[in-house]
Design a protein around this ligand. Sequence first.
Ligand SMILES: [Mn+2]
Length: 249
Amino acid sequence: MTKNIYFASDFHLGAPNYAESRKREQRIVNWLNFIEPTCGELFLMGDVFDFWFEYGKVIPKGFIRLQGKLAEMADSGIKIYFFKGNHDMWVNDYFTKELGLQIISDELVIERNGKKFYLHHGDGLGPGDAKYKFLRKVFRNQFCQWLFSVLPPKIGMFIANGWSGTSRVASDKKEVFLGEEHEWLAIYAKEKLKEAHYDYFIFGHRHLPLDIKLNANSRYINIGEWLNYNSYGVFNGEEIRLAYYTPNP
Ligand SMILES: [Mn+2]
């Protein structure tokens, strides 16, 4: 491995309003410019958008600088993966066709330089959250997606904006660490370790950067979010670490 692998998620572009989102988008593009020379692969691990829906040949307005930057990176040979998050699981083929991204629907297990990674946005895993687990089935159901798609975009986007207005990002509440035994993604990872060995579990969704030792050889890294932390994961071939992007003042 001559280049690094980068992991980031939960940009929630579009939230909480246009101006804030545009500033964040610029920060993300600046970060992409910063990592590009050392980036071999980029994993965008969900909730890049606070809401995304594709209507046949129609896509939501905005986010064009990020899309342009990702297209440029992909064209230059950087492999980019786009995980479906709970806010943007309705991606269809636009990002693949237009930007060359690979869409990942659920978990992805990869091996790089002898290290095994378990990657997932993190939604719907671990104990609890029965309400969301049910909703996730509805949201991911083909027929329900078709029903939503035949609504005029004006109505569909109105519903979506109302719903995304109730999300954690809109409420501006900072997440707090629950303690290792209560962190549900750590619980999930420990269960997975009973089946097989993984060196690293990498999740987003939690909106809190975490680096938890699960056993002598395994760690759970949560890559945080970009409203408060500008956090990301970087793997240099030997080890993974959490890092924080500090934009130039
Ligand atoms: Mn999120």
